[in-house]
Design a protein around this ligand. Structure first.
Ligand code: SAH
Ligand code: SF4
Length: 425
C-alpha cells in the first residue's frame, strides 16, 4: 500500500522532492494545496506541472475522510461522523467555544479528535470500549479530521452557522427507514460570534499560490485548539499520534500550537514518561474518575496494570520535565464515585500535582446502567473540592443532546446499521 501524502512530514517530502529533482518551492506549493486549500484531488493543484502531479499520484494516496453525517446541538457543538477507507466509522466533535477548560480564553474553536477505531481499554462507563478495539488510526486519518472539518467550514456560505441536517447519501446500503432523518437532528442556535471571528481572520489571509491560478476559496483556520479525547486511547497509538501532532503543529501544516493541544489518557504510565521526552510541550489530561485504587479498579481495568501510585509518579515526572498544568478529568457517576468523602483523596492528589480538576457529569450510554448524579450533588462535590483549595470546574456538558460523549454517535450508528451489515455478508 502506498503512503498517504498527509502522513508525510515536510522533511520526508523534502527528501522525496530532492530525489525527484524538484525545486524546493514546488514543495511549498504542494503543502499549501494540502493544508491551506485542503484540496482532495491532485488535479486541483493547478500550479504544479502535470508531470509532478502524476509522480505524486503514482507514489502517494490523497484520501479525504468521507462525511457520513454531522449533527449540531443546541449549544452549537457539532459532531462529525466519518467513514474511513475500510468502512470503519470514527467521530470528531467541534466545540465552537472552549469554556476555559484547558487554560484558553473562551473564544476558541476546539476540535476533539479520535485516535483509534474502538478502544481496547474497556472502561466500564464508556461507549468507545463497548465493542472492543478494531485498529489504530493512521497518521493521515488523524490529520484529516482537522483538515476535513476545516474543509467543511470553508465550503459553507459565509454567515451560515445555521442548523445542518446534511445527512449525505453516503449510506447506500441503508434501507430508507433506517436512514437518519432531518427530524433526528436537533436545531442549533445561530452562531454569529464564531463566524465574525473566522471572517476577521480571513481578512489577513495571503496566498502564495501563483497569481492567475484558480484556487478554491480558502477560509482562514477555524480550529485553534485540539483535544485528543475522541474515540480510542491516544497513548496506545503513540507513534501515529505523535507524527500526526507534529504535522498538525507545524507552521506548514495545521499551525496549531503545541500548548493548545491536550492529550487525554486513561493512565498509561510508561507512555506518559515517554511523552515527557518529546520536544513538543503538550498539555496532559488524566482521566482519573476515581482517586483511590478501589474506585478506579471498579471503573477502569487499566488501573490494575498501572495503579495510582505509578500513574501519579509518571505525572510528576512529566511535570518535572515539561512543566505546565496537568488536568484531572473526573466523570461524576451516581453512587459510584460521587460521594463527598471521595473528594478528600481527590483533593490530596490534585494538590500534590497542582492539577486542575474538571468535573464532568456522566453522559448516559445506551445499554449501560450508570447515571449522572443530580445537580445538587454535582455542585456539592465541586464545593467540597474548592473548600479543600483545589481549582475545579464543573462542566455543564456540551453536546449532551447529540450523544457527544466519547464513541456514542459511532456506537449508535453501528447499531442502526447492524442488520444491514448482516444482510451484506
Ligand atoms: N481514552 C482517552 C481519551 C478518550 S476518552 C481517555 O480515556 O482519556 C475522553 C474522555 O471522555 C475521558 O475522560 C473519558 O473518561 C470520557 N468519557 C467516556 N465516556 C463518557 C461518558 N459516557 N460520559 C462522560 N464522559 C465520558
Ligand atoms: Fe478507552 Fe478512554 Fe473510553 Fe476508557 S474512557 S474505554 S480509555 S476511550
Amino acid at each position: 500500500m502506498i503512503a498517504d501524502i498527509k502522513s508525510q512530514t515536510r522533511e520526508e517530502l523534502e527528501a522525496t522532492f530532492k530525489a525527484w529533482s524538484q525545486p524546493a518551492y514546488r514543495l511549498s506549493q504542494l503543502l499549501e494545496w494540502l493544508y491551506v486549500h485542503r484540496v482532495t484531488e491532485w488535479e486541483a493543484m493547478t500550479n504544479l506541472p502535470k508531470t509532478l502531479r502524476e509522480l505524486l499520484r503514482e507514489n502517494f494516496s490523497l484520501q479525504p475522510l468521507e462525511l457520513v453525517c454531522q449533527r449540531g446541538s443546541r449549544d452549537a457543538t457539532r459532531k462529525f461522523l466519518w467513514r474511513l477507507a475500510d468502512r470503519s466509522l470514527i467521530e470528531s466533535v467541534l466545540l465552537p467555544a472552549n469554556p476555559s477548560l484547558y487554560g484558553e480564553p473562551a473564544d476558541r474553536h476546539t476540535l476533539c479528535v479520535s485516535t483509534q477505531v474502538g478502544c481496547a481499554y474497556g472502561c466500564k462507563f464508556c461507549a468507545s470500549g463497548l465493542d472492543g478495539w478494531k485498529r489504530n488510526l493512521r497518521v493521515e486519518e488523524i490529520v484529516e479530521q482537522v483538515a476535513a472539518v476545516e474543509r467543511w467550514n470553508a465550503a459553507r456560505p459565509v454567515g451560515d452557522w445555521s442548523p445542518q441536517e446534511s445527512i449525505t447519501d453516503l449510506l447506500p446500503n441503508v434501507a430508507d427507514e433506517k436512514r437518519p432523518t432531518r427530524e433526528a437532528f436537533p436545531r442549533v442556535l445561530d452562531f454569529p460570534q464564531a463566524r465574525r471571528q473566522v471572517d476577521s481572520e480571513s481578512a489577513g489571509f495571503e496566498s502564495t499560490v501563483e497569481s492567475g491560478a484558480t484556487v478554491p476559496s480558502a477560509a482562514a483556520r477555524l480550529i485553534n485548539n485540539l483535544v485528543i479525547m475522541g474515540m480510542g486511547e491516544p497513548l496506545a497509538n503513540y507513534d501515529h499520534l505523535l507524527k500526526a501532532l507534529k504535522i498538525l503543529n507545524a507552521a506548514w501544516g495545521g499551525g496549531i500550537g503545541a500548548r493548545k493541544i491536550t492529550i487525554s489518557t486513561s493512565g498509561l504510565a510508561p507512555q506518559i514518561r515517554k511523552l515527557a521526552g518529546e520536544p513538543l510541550q503538550f498539555r496532559l489530561a488524566i482521566s482519573l474518575h476515581g482517586a483511590t485504587d478501589e474506585t478506579r479498579n471498579r471503573l477502569m481495568p487499566v488501573n490494575r496494570r498501572y495503579p495510582l501510585r505509578e500513574l501519579i509518579a509518571a505525572c510528576e515526572y512529566y511535570q518535572a520535565k515539561k512543566g505546565g498544568l496537568i488536568t484531572f478529568e473526573y466523570i461524576l457517576i451516581a453512587g459510584v464515585n460521587d460521594a463527598i468523602a471521595e473528594t478528600k483523596s481527590l483533593a490530596q492528589l490534585a494538590r500534590r500535582l497542582h492539577a486542575k480538576v474538571n468535573l464532568i457529569p456522566y453522559n448516559r450510554v445506551e445499554g449501560l446502567d450508570w447515571a449522572r448524579p443530580d445537580e445538587a450533588r454535582q455542585e456539592a462535590f465541586l464545593a467540597a473540592l474548592e473548600k479543600q483549595k483545589v481549582t475545579a470546574t464543573l462542566r455543564r456538558e456540551k453536546g449532551h443532546d447529540i450523544a457527544a460523549a466519547c464513541g456514542q454517535l459511532r456506537l449508535q450508528t453501528e447499531r442502526e446499521l447492524a442488520p444491514v451489515k448482516t444482510g451484506e455478508a
